[in-house]
Design a protein around this ligand. Structure first.
Ligand code: FE2
Length: 130
C-alpha cells in the first residue's frame, strides 16, 4: 500500500485514497478492499480512456479523456480526473458529472506529472506528460 493508491469496495462501490499510509488493512462491508490498478494502454474498447496531457507555451496544460473524448452519459461516464506530480507532493482532483466534458485544466505547470481517470464501467487509467 502506497500514498495515493486507490482502493474500491467490491460490495458497495466505495472508492478511497491513501493520504497517509498507516499500514493497516482497509476493510469495507466486511471484506478487504481491492486496490485499483491503472491501465496505461487501450485494448480493444471503442471508447478511449488513457488521459492525454497537452502542455501550452504559457505553462498551462489540458488533460482530456481520452484521445477521442470519452462518453459522459448517466450509464457510462468519468466521475473524476486526478493529476499527481512525479514526486507525489502535488495532487489535484476534479469531479465530473454526466453531460460535462471529460477535461481538466491546470495553470502554470512546470513539473512532470501523470493523470489518472476513473471510468464507472472500465476502471482506472493513467497517462503522463513525459
Ligand atoms: Fe469507459
Amino acid at each position: 500500500m502506497e500514498k495515493l493508491d486507490l482502493y474500491k469496495c467490491s460490495v458497495c462501490g466505495n472508492i478511497v485514497q491513501i493520504i497517509i499510509n498507516g499500514g493497516g488493512e482497509l476493510i469495507c462491508c466486511g471484506k478487504p478492499m481491492e486496490k485499483l490498478e491503472a491501465k496505461t494502454f487501450e485494448e480493444s474498447l471503442t471508447e478511449k480512456h488513457v488521459p492525454v496531457i497537452t502542455s501550452f507555451e504559457n505553462g498551462d496544460c489540458e488533460i482530456r479523456v481520452g484521445e477521442i473524448l470519452h462518453p459522459m452519459t448517466q450509464e457510462h461516464y468519468i466521475p473524476f480526473i486526478q493529476t499527481i506530480s512525479k514526486d507525489k507532493n502535488n495532487v489535484q482532483l476534479k469531479f465530473l458529472h454526466p453531460g460535462e466534458e471529460p477535461k481538466m485544466y491546470l495553470h502554470k505547470i512546470s513539473e512532470k506529472l501523470y493523470a489518472r481517470e476513473y471510468c464507472n464501467l472500465h476502471g482506472l487509467w493513467e497517462g503522463n506528460n513525459d
